[in-house]
Design a binder for this molecule. Structure first.
Ligand code: NAD
Length: 527
């Protein structure tokens, strides 16, 4: 009987998402927020766990999740998940980044406008019986400069709205593919340039070791006098002590803060007491639409990944778009088989792998192909999958070198992989017209063998009698030869003979084959 897939949902998830999981036949448990110790006690039986930002998925939880395949974050930020531990354990960590974009961008613009027009303070004042028109005179946004740090989904959406308000939009994002900015009207500048020129600065970057306190004393020093700051990204990106200092001095005119270093912030946090500071309790993604979008998106991704269709938005695993998948499908499996072949042909102790990709496959994302070659090489060692393949390789101290070439010579596409374990062993493979995989070279000798079942690889001299010798021994043992291929350097020179066998043979048979004087060595490979 097929095992029921079990999903644990620890933080609230909209019912539309739960329904998608149930419709797929999954068993769903909604536990509510659990402390890591409690989670450790129950996690073992689950295939996937869904969290928002409250539940912490620690190294210990991951260790106890013997069946865990996916950690899903209904939202974007992943600071509550130990991604490194999950990666090493081969567990996919995925988020649902698109569902929140519009809501967070709209909240950012609301915070920007409220700041420019003193909405929050004026509201409080009027409700306290005051009518302070002069005191709350505001600033137009039209013609002002907005600096956006982080030009991802949310940053670009904010830019679009700000542009329509007549703001001049500057942006900085050192990691972004600049093609994504075509037609956005964003002027890309350096961070110091952005700090210097902006009237309003908004942050849309993740919190990481490198972005923590990115907006601290020295950043504030580099800003225009009277600048205003909006942070709807993550607390910790802005140094709150420094923000307080520069707000107090008047260098920073105002701030809108949705996210805090500590959430909820302490009641004594001085920022909460400043009139020129607008605060909201991490409301960026808090709209009905965003919650539903995110829940549906994540649930669909989990169903797709656990039913072995597509893996989307995994943050710790290479995933391919549809077009690349169609192109590379056959090569992915070929890559794994090349890895298996080389692992078994070498004596173990591999120190380095070299891979050359040739032909038009080089125009596609080859990260999953690379992972598959590594999987083949490490297959016998442990639970290796596309999530942890590169990390395990690195941990084993095995280096990998890759090269890409335009032409595969006589082949449209060719993958050539070589391992070093004292000597170099190489194999190359391609997909032939009918969509079938073929090993077309071993150690530089041209062959044509299907990478399937049992392969007997003999290094020999090109002399008569070899096939007769091998055929007689295999015949005696009742082993059928499915196909045979011979590659040689020159007539009478060094050669390689590869036979596809219908079944395996034992060491005694291999030794008898090797006894023939013109045969130097024999290896049996099982793919
Ligand atoms: P995204 O991944 O599409 O964009 C993030 C961008 O930041 C990327 O383009 C990245 O290159 C850039 N970046 C990273 N480090 C940078 C740096 N040091 N300097 C400049 N750019 C840098 O993510 P997104 O969907 O746009 O979300 C942005 C952030 O918003 C998230 O990381 C999350 O922390 C936050 N967020 C907040 C809420 C909320 O409720 N307030 C909700 C969702 C997301």
């Amino acid at each position: 009987m097929k095992k029921t897939i079990k999903v644990l949902v620890t933080d609230p998830l909209e019912k539309e998402g739960i329904q998608i999981l149930k419709d797929a036949g999954f068993e769903v448990a909604e536990s509510g927020k659990l402390a890591p110790e409690k989670l450790c006690e129950i996690i073992e039986v689950y295939d996937a766990v869904i969290v928002r930002s409250a539940t912490k998925i620690t190294r210990d939880v991951i260790k106890r999740g013997a069946n865990l395949k996916i950690i899903g974050r209904a939202g974007v930020g992943l600071d509550n998940i130990d991604i490194e531990a999950a990666t090493l354990a081969g567990i996919i960590v995925m988020n649902a980044p698109e569902g929140n974009t519009v809501s967070v961008a709209e909240h950012t613009v609301a915070m920007l406008m409220a700041l420019a027009r003193n909405v929050s303070a004026a509201d409080r004042s009027l409700k306290n019986g005051q009518w302070e028109k002069k005191k709350y005179t505001g600033t137009e946004l039209y013609g002002k400069t907005l600096g956006i740090i982080g030009l991802g989904r949310i940053g670009r959406r904010v830019a679009a709205v700000a542009g329509s308000l007549g703001m001049k939009v500057l942006g900085c994002d050192p990691y972004l593919d600049k093609n994504l900015l075509d037609g956005t009207g964003i002027t890309v500048v350096s961070l110091p340039g952005l700090l210097q020129q902006s009237d309003f600065i908004t942050l849309h970057i993740p919190l990481s070791d490198s972005s923590r306190h990115m907006i601290g004393e020295s950043a504030f020093e580099g800003m225009k006098d009277g600048v205003s700051i909006i942070n709807c990204s993550r607390g910790g990106v802005v140094d709150e002590d420094a923000l307080y200092k520069y707000l107090s001095s008047g260098k920073v005119k105002g701030a809108s803060i949705d996210v805090f270093e500590k959430e909820p912030p302490d009641a004594e946090n001085p920022l909460l007491k400043m009139e020129q500071v607008i605060v909201t309790p991490h409301l960026g993604a808090s709209t009905k639409e965003a919650q539903v979008n995110v829940a549906q998106q994540l649930a669909s991704q989990i169903v797709s990944a656990l039913t072995e269709k597509e893996v989307k938005n995994a943050v710790n695993m290479p995933s391919l778009d549809k077009k690349s998948m169609e192109k590379l499908q056959g090569y992915l499996s070929l890559g794994e088989k090349l890895g298996i072949l080389l692992k078994q042909m070498s004596g173990g102790g591999i120190k380095k792998i070299k891979v050359v990709y040739s032909g038009d496959i080089i125009n596609y994302d080859l990260s999953l192909l690379r992972a598959n070659i590594i999987i083949g090489l490490l297959k016998d060692f442990e639970k290796v999958n596309p999530v942890n393949a590169s990390l395990i390789l690195k941990e084993k101290g095995i280096g990998i070198e890759e090269d890409r070439r335009e032409s595969g010579g006589e082949f449209t596409n060719l993958i050539t992989a070589a391992v070093e374990d004292g000597r170099e062993i190489s194999a190359a493979g391609t997909i032939i017209r009918e969509g079938e995989a073929r090993i077309v070279k071993i150690d530089g000798f041209s062959v044509e063998a299907a990478p399937e079942g049992y392969l007997l690889v003999c290094y020999n001299e090109d002399k008569p009698g070899i096939m007769g010798h091998i055929g007689t021994i295999l015949g005696e043992k009742g082993v059928n030869i499915a196909s045979m291929t011979l590659g040689r350097s020159k007539k009478g020179g060094q050669a390689i003979t590869v036979l596809n066998l219908d079944q395996g043979i034992d060491n005694e048979v291999l030794t008898r084959i090797e006894e023939f004087p013109a045969i130097h060595s024999v290896k049996l490979v099982r793919i």
